[in-house]
Design a protein around this ligand. Sequence first.
Ligand code: GDP
Ligand code: GDP
Length: 429
Amino acid sequence: MKVIIVGRPNVGKSTLFNRIIKKRLSIVHDMPGVTRDVIESQAQWQGKSFTVMDTGGVIESGDYISQEVRKKVIQHLEKVDLILFVVDAKEGLTAQDQEIAKLLYPYKHKTILVVNKVDNKKSNLNAYDFYTLGFDEVYFVSAQHGKGVAELLDRIVRDIPSEEQISTAGGIKISFVGRPNVGKSSLVNAILGQERVIVSHIPGTTRDAVEIPFTYKGTSFILVDTAGVRRPSKVEYGVEFFSVGRSLKAIELSHVVCLVLDISEGVTRQDKRLAGLIERHYKGCVIVANKYDLVKVPKETVENIIRKELYFLDYAPVVVTSAIKGEGVSSILDEVLEVYSDYTKQHKTSFVNRAIQNILKEKPPPLYRGKEVKVYYSFQKSTAPPTVVVITNYVEGWKENYKRFFIRRLREELKLYKSPVRLELVQKE
Ligand code: GDP
Ligand code: GDP
C-alpha cells in the first residue's frame, strides 16, 4: 500500500510526513520552493504498515504548474493507492490549490483532501471553502500539533487487510471447538475416517496448531487442531479446568468453526461463551448438536432450543449428530461448504447500495439528536468475513439494536444467509 502527499509549497506536507512516520528527521523550512525530490518511508499504524511518499518541492510556488512537473507528479499518482492532497487552512484556498485539484481530478476516487493548520477552532472557519474543490473525503488536521492525525491514519489503514486475516489460499480452515467430552474427537475421527474424505499427507505442525489437510468433494480443507482433539486417550479434566485459551486460538485460525454441543446436557454457559467468541471474531460457524442418541425429542425441538439460546449465531446452520452411531456426521462438511461459500462471496458496489437503500426505506435509523441519520455511500470492502463499509453522517446515531436489525436485513438482501457480516461505519461530515 502506497500513499503520496501532494500540495503546493508550505502547506505542511513534510510536517505531516514526519508526523506519519513518527520521525522528525527531514528539515522543515519556511522558505517556499526549495526543490527536493520525492522522499519515501515506511509507516505503521494499528499494526498495519504502508509506504508514505512526500513530494516535497516537486510542485514549485506560483499559480501554474509546468508541463514537466505535471508529468512527474502524474507518474507518481498513477502508481499509488491513496493521495493525500494537503491544503493550508491559514492561507485559505489559492489558485494553485485549484490547479493541483484539477491535476488530481482523474484520481478523485483515491484522493483525500487534508486541510492542514487547523490548530484551533478559529482557523476552522475558512476551512469550509475547501469543500468547493469537490473531494468527497475531507480531514481537518494540525500536522504541527498532531490534531486529527490519528483519525487520518485510521482512514489510511482502513483498507489494508489486517495481518490477522487468514489466507484462503490453502483451503477451507475448519476447527472443532467445544467443552471437554462433548464428542469433538469422536466427530473428527468419524469425519476423517469417511470414504469420501482423503487425508492427503502427514499433518503439518505450526507453532500454534496441528494442521491436517484433506479433500472432500473436490475441495481442499485444513483441519486446525489446537487441543489435541485426535488424541486417543486423554486425561479427564473437570469442567472447572476448562480454559477457553486453546479454543480461542483455534477460532482465530479458522474460517469456519464447528461448535460442538452435547445436546443431552442442553446449551450450557460455557457453550454460550464459546459461541460468543465465534461471533465476536466474525467466523463462519456450524453448530453441531451431538449425542442426539441420548435425547428423546424431535430434531426440530433441538434446533429450536439452540436458536433460542444462541440467538446471536442466527447465521450458523445446525446439524444434529450422533458420533457413536455415525448419524448426521457427513452433513457437517456439506454445511461447512455452504457457509464458506457465503463467507467468501463478493458483491458489486451497485448491488450493495441497492440493498442498503431497500433496508433504509423499510426502516431508517432513528433520529440522532433530532437529525436524520444518512447513508452517503456503501460498498463491500472485503470477504472472509464479508465486510460492508457504510459512510454515514453520524456513526453515533447507529445504536446497537438498529445495527443488529440492519445486519440481519443486510444478510438477507445480499443473500449471505449462512455467513456473519461485518459492518464498518465511517463518518463523513
Ligand atoms: P511543505 O512545503 O508543504 O512540505 O511544508 P512544511 O512541512 O515545510 O511546512 C511549512 C510551514 O508550515 C512550516 O513553518 C511549518 O512549521 C508550518 N506548519 C506545518 N504544519 C502546521 C500546522 O499544523 N499548523 C501551523 N500553524 N503551522 C504548520
Ligand atoms: P471430546 O472431549 O469433546 O473430544 O469428546 P470425545 O470424542 O472424547 O467423547 C467423549 C465421550 O463421549 C466418549 O466416551 C465418547 O464415546 C462419547 N461420545 C461421543 N460422541 C457421542 C455420541 O454421539 N453419543 C454418545 N452417546 N456418546 C458419545
